[in-house]
Design a protein around this ligand. Sequence first.
Ligand code: T3D
Length: 263
Amino acid sequence: MSDPLVLITTQVAVRTLTLNRPAALNSFTAAMHAELLAALDGAAADEAVRCVVLTGAGRGFCAGQDLSEPGMGADGQAADVEGVVERLYKPLALRIRSMPVPVIAMVNGVAAGAGANIALGCDIVMAARSASFIQAFSKIGLVPDGGGTWLLPRLVGRARAIGLAMTGDKLPAEEAQAIGLIWRCVDDAALVETTMALAARLATMSSRALAATRRILDEAMPMDYAAALGQEARVQGEMSRGADFAEGVSAFLQKRPALFKDR
Ligand code: T3D
């Protein structure tokens, strides 16, 4: 039997999904897409999972699309890049963005092309100091995908977004943190411990409120101020009718840790 393309481990309430094609820097094949989507669906359906960590095996996080896959153009067959992006990358990016629990990208090494943008679409990006982010698309005559056109300008502004996308230059993790592309860059040796501590902390919080926080931040982007304020009132109403809110307030008043259960 061949090795799984996504390794799945669970520690307490944290599910870790590890892309597992290290010899090809965990670049995406159709088979790896299928395993990752199934693993995300599994985590979403499992009430015991309260945070997901996405990482890569070996020295890389993910080098984007596997350019040696049949049908990528190199084998002389017409490439169906549009189909691949529509059928594989779009559902993956949307699945991550609609998870009922927070998703952390633990970027252990280079993240290139769609590999970079799938990481950036996660809720929180932690990176090792030796990691880097590369919008590799322009180098092979493509445009950013995996959500990059939407994410990059929102994260770092148009000037940096277009500079990164046009040059395809390698952005070291430290610089990525400095310009606000990612949450934190830490020493390589501290990456797993720091990320897992954060994941464990998020796992004790209200998953329902964290997932709604992601959703309303995204939805507020195209809204005017008044509409965003209206949306906050509506979603705050939703949250306040859940058990987590009652538990959070009781725990605060009783000076004890809250025990959140909603998803
Ligand atoms: O259908 C579609 O195409 C649409 C979807 C597009 C989404 C995309 O992601 S397009 C962008 C695709 N990705 C790239 O263009 C990045 C290609 N890789 C690189 O530029 C470099 O590998 C890196 C800068 C990421 C890392 O460089 P380095 O020097 O650290 O490693 P390396 O030696 O280049 O790579 C190590 C091995 O991984 C090597 O294999 P080998 O020679 O040891 O057998 C290399 O061929 C393999 N590898 C790396 N990236 C890919 C890959 N194999 C297939 N596809 C890759 N994307």
